[in-house]
Design a protein around this ligand. Structure first.
Ligand code: SF4
Ligand code: SF4
Length: 736
């Protein structure tokens, strides 16, 4: 037998089955085997469910994440590469973002659990493998569970376990006493037949309570063992277990009493631990395993560059239409409520909450696939909602209401804040595709799509009128199809056709002309880029528009593109490359920033106190947040940031085709909510960098009664106002 380190007369180790006896051991192994079998049965059920999903094409993404590389994913030119890697996962960074205390607590829960799991595995290897094998081979039991190894083991397990326990208690206090609003599971929209979410709450508490009980009994057990051992010196290296032992001793417990209570506590602790193992796949605890995979498989690029519909399908109608990643998304949700909190549709009083959408789909999939879930379910008696008949052939409109799906502005804020990598937007669009296929949409949206199909723009105007806005200029903008230019200006529908915006377009053209920028447009060759058409769910029309634009662009001579419209920028930059057309695409603020900083445009300081609204498709989708701010700095404006700025910007409410739909049912339009946020800053100008934003916010300033105090202005207007002299013509290069 290997010698066991013995110091001061006591072996530096501990008995693993102290006073449990042969029968007790046998019972423990039977219960342990049963718990493991129940665990694997639940896991198999889950895996079987994911196997019903289509391929997701995420293995490359997972491989890159495991290699620790930031990913661009499916959006080749995405301005914001996805930096979620295995390192991000290990640091729990996604959970700490925006909520540091919870992030730190979760970090210790995550690592505490891994340490506890590793400690159990190590013990199993020693007790069940090493000791048995050495006994078989050499006739005596050998063990590595003693001496220095034992001391390090107990120190790590004891200290990490304590951090784990404290963090769990913090989470319990947060949930039960502080009660952050986002953890309230009240639905964004109450279904007519009512609902009951008390089981969701009970499920959370059972999960937390079980873990806390396991850890508390672990420390009581350690304390009793240390006391029963006579408090040997090395147990001081289990500081918290030792503290418990000293507390028992102070309370008058003798080592013999400790030994007898220890046996009872051992069974209590073992029963709780085995129950937890069996309970994992049927409960919220499952997120501990699923979220790691989900985070590694997530692809931020799949929102700026939406996935194509499944072959021969217009949108999702049944479970097998979902990809395995989308099915995994549903189970990965921890109900943290971050998406619910930031969603502009939810804030506006629409029936959509991204959290509830995920929970409804999860429950429907579980019901349909016959999955077993403990507690983590909503009770709803009606024929619609997540309890809709399992054989329902129409998810959109039954499991999730049509209005819920049409309420999404595709702002991507839910995807951005979700700590476990759920991709709500692509799922919503897939469901919208089936509604579009059935023609189940607002009449106003139908009209817009018809206009887009017949005229290539949502205004329903002839293509010949697309460049009519240039008529008031005292110079001719080159037709890039006839004259080679450096920049092709992809103007977009709103900047071309909307009467209120045409003057802005002329101003921008004049500024660029004065700065000597070589640019041209496509005239009647341009079509709507298709970004919003795609997000509405009209995939066929999107493909047609993209094809027409790509053909027109192929016939033009230019080096790079700039666009006034962030929505067009997104689709040109991220979705056209997959269709064989890759360009360098800039936003006009990037061009203006460069012209101002290189002196191609001479300006006087304006001295305005302004705030700036980041368009979702520019900031969150494509990471362009600094260029507009550089412009404002060059114009000598004092920028006062709104609380929701940069990639955390709040949507104006126009995206995802919402600009073409009725919004009279909303309690407060997102644009009105935003104007109120700006008004609180006491600024004179509300600066925007998207043509749609000019119309959205001008209207919102009026309807909220703030149009006198707050001027909504495109950034172009400020540049034009600040110009002191025509700039010296020179060729402008954009380097950002
Ligand atoms: S994309 Fe925006 S509007 Fe749509 S569900 Fe997510 S947060 Fe809500
Ligand atoms: S979808 Fe993500 S952000 Fe929303 S509640 Fe679930 S885990 Fe939280």
């Amino acid at each position: 037998m290997m010698p066991t380190l013995v110091l001061a007369g006591t072996p530096v180790t501990r008995q693993v089955f102290q006073d449990i006896g042969g029968v007790g051991k046998a019972i423990f192994y039977v219960l342990g085997t049963a718990a493991i079998l129940i665990f694997f049965y639940g896991m198999w059920q889950r895996v079987r469910k994911y196997r019903r999903g289509r391929p997701a094409g995420r293995w490359v993404v997972i491989r890159e994440a495991l290699r620790g590389r930031g990913r661009t994913g499916s959006a080749g030119a995405l301005g914001r590469p996805d930096t979620r890697t295995v390192g991000t996962l290990a640091s729990n960074k996604t959970i700490g973002r925006g909520d540091r205390a919870t992030g730190i607590a979760h970090f210790f829960i995550f690592w505490g659990f891994i340490v506890a799991f590793a400690a159990t595995v190590i013990l199993t290897i020693d007790v069940d493998i090493v000791r048995n094998v050495t006994n078989l081979l050499f006739g005596h039991e050998d063990s590595f569970f003693h001496g220095t190894f034992f001391i390090i083991y107990t120190f790590v397990v004891d200290t990490m376990g304590f951090a784990f326990l404290v963090s769990l208690v913090y989470m319990a206090v947060r949930r039960g006493v502080r009660r952050p609003w986002r953890l309230n599971y009240a639905r964004a929209h109450k279904p007519e037949d009512g609902y009951d979410r008390s089981r969701l709450v009970a499920g959370d508490w059972l999960f937390l309570g079980l873990l806390i009980a396991i850890l508390v009994t672990a420390y009581l057990l350690t304390g009793l063992r240390i006391l029963s051992q006579g408090m040997p010196w090395f147990t001081e290296l289990s500081p918290f277990g030792r503290l418990v032992a000293e507390a028992f001793a102070t309370a008058g417990m003798t080592p013999a009493q400790a030994a007898s209570v220890h046996t009872v506590m051992w069974w209590v602790h073992a029963s709780l631990a085995l129950t937890f193992v069996a309970y994992i796949p049927y409960s919220k605890a499952m997120h501990m395993l699923l979220d790691m995979v989900n985070l590694l498989a997530t692809d931020r690029g799949a929102t700026p560059n939406l996935p194509k519909p499944a072959e021969d399908k217009a949108g999702y109608q049944q479970i097998s239409d979902f990809t395995w990643k989308e099915l995994l998304d549903l189970d990965a949700c921890t109900k943290c409520g971050r998406c619910h909190e930031v969603c502009p549709a939810r804030a506006a009083g629409a029936p959509l909450s991204p959290r509830d959408l995920i929970l409804d789909l999860r429950q429907w999939v579980d019901t349909t696939a016959g999955g077993l879930t403990l507690l983590d379910r909503e009770g709803r008696p009606g024929a619609t909602g997540p309890l809709a008949p399992a054989d329902s052939s129409r998810i959109a409109g039954t499991v999730v209401s049509e209005r819920t799906l049409w309420s999404c502005t595709t702002c991507m804020h839910c995807v951005e804040v979700c700590p476990v990598g759920i991709e709500h937007v692509s799922t919503i669009v897939q469901l919208r595709r089936s509604l579009v296929d059935e023609g189940a949409m607002d009449p106003t949206l139908q009209t817009a799509l018809q206009n887009l199909a017949t005229q290539g723009n949502s205004f329903g105007k002839s293509s010949r009128m697309r460049a009519r806005w240039t008529k008031g200029l005292d110079f001719q903008i080159p037709d890039a199809r006839k004259v080679p230019v450096k920049y092709l200006w992809f103007v977009g529908d709103y900047a071309s056709f909307d009467d209120r915006l045409q003057e802005n377009s002329r101003l921008l053209a004049t500024i660029l002309h004065q700065a000597g920028v070589s640019f041209g447009i496509l005239y009647d060759g341009e079509r709507n880029a298709g970004n919003d058409v795609r997000r509405v769910g009209e995939e066929g029309l999107f493909e047609r528009l993209a094809e027409q634009n790509i053909e027109a662009l192929a016939g033009a001579q230019f080096e790079e593109i700039f666009t006034t419209d962030p929505h067009s920028l997104n689709t040109l930059r991220n979705e056209y490359p997959e269709r064989g057309a890759s360009y360098k695409v800039w936003h006009y603020t990037e061009l203006l920033a460069h012209l101002l900083e290189t002196g191609a445009l001479a300006v006087r300081p304006l001295g305005y106190r302004v705030t700036y609204h980041d368009p979702c498709y520019l900031a969150r989708y494509n990471g362009v947040t600094q260029a507009p701010r550089r412009v404002l700095a060059a114009l000598g404006c004092e920028l006062v940031e709104m609380p929701r700025n940069g990639i955390n910007t709040f949507c104006c409410g126009a995206g995802g085709g919402r600009i073409w739909m009725d919004d009279s049912f909303l309690a407060e339009r997102p644009s009105e909510n935003r104007i109120r946020e700006a008004v609180a800053l006491d600024v004179s100008e509300f600066v925007v960098a998207c043509p749609k934003d000019v119309t959205m916010y001008t209207d919102a300033a009026k309807t909220t009664g703030h149009s006198d105090a707050l001027a909504v202005r495109d950034i172009t207007l400020l540049v034009a106002e600040a110009l002191v002299e025509p700039a010296a013509p020179q060729a402008a290069e954009v380097t950002v």
